[in-house]
Design a protein around this ligand. Structure first.
Ligand SMILES: [Zn+2]
Length: 215
């Protein structure tokens, strides 16, 4: 199985894709968003950056990414989710990965209409312990019990950055910074695009399975 880098706007379905790879194929899931949110609980300035929806500086995020990949369980493939966010980070990541001997990587761009993303923002809840995400407006992603995590039984919360204004900033930032990355990986030949239509989840996951098994 190939190691996977996800490129996707907020709420495009990275969480669902990642859950699928973890459960079906034993992937390790490195979400820079979760790692940073955890770290921000002891770091007030980092917390402010995250709440504003701005990008976190390379000096903070690059060493964290290198550390998790370096110390991972090496028999398993991994998912990198939420990184890289800029072309510069993509180039630095290439250096980190080749330095660590990680060569089998596919970059999966998840493509979703902006209107669909906005619908998802409104109903989203996330577990305050394991970060699994839910959506009250989408039947397949509703928790079994209101405001309780299906996986670990903890309370579901609305994340600080889950509001429409913050979404608009994150979406704009995503488009501006990620288009050059997509072009970069496309040129390298390791980019695959998956359209993640709500009604077509099974199809999207089947395509994903094909992508990670390519030779
Ligand atoms: Zn949970």
């Amino acid at each position: 199985m190939k190691n996977v880098i996800f490129l996707a706007p907020p709420l495009a379905g990275k969480g669902t894709f990642s859950d699928y790879l973890e459960k079906e194929f034993g992937y390790l899931h490195f979400s820079t968003g979760s790692i940073l949110r955890e770290k921000s609980q002891q770091d007030e300035s980092l917390k402010k950056i995250l709440e504003s929806g701005e990008l976190v500086k390379d000096e903070i995020i690059l060493p964290l990414v290198e550390e998790v990949i370096k110390t991972r369980e090496k028999s398993k493939p991994f998912i990198l989710d939420g990184f890289p966010r800029t072309l510069q980070q993509a180039k630095k990541l290439d250096i980190i990965l080749s330095g660590l001997g990680v060569l089998d990587v596919v970059v999966v761009s998840i493509d979703v209409e902006k209107e669909t993303l906005i619908d998802r923002v409104i109903g989203r809840k996330v577990c305050n312990k394991c970060y699994r995400s839910y959506n009250l407006n989408i039947l397949a992603f509703k928790p079994k019990v209101n405001d309780v995590c299906d996986s670990c039984g903890s309370k579901l919360i609305t994340r600080d950055d889950d509001n429409l204004a913050s979404f608009q900033i994150r979406y704009k930032t995503y488009l501006e910074s990620t288009s050059p990355i997509i072009a970069y990986y496309k040129k390298k030949g390791c980019l695959r695009v998956i359209h993640n239509d709500e009604l077509d989840q099974t199809k999207s996951l089947n395509i994903l399975r094909g992508v990670i098994s390519e030779h």
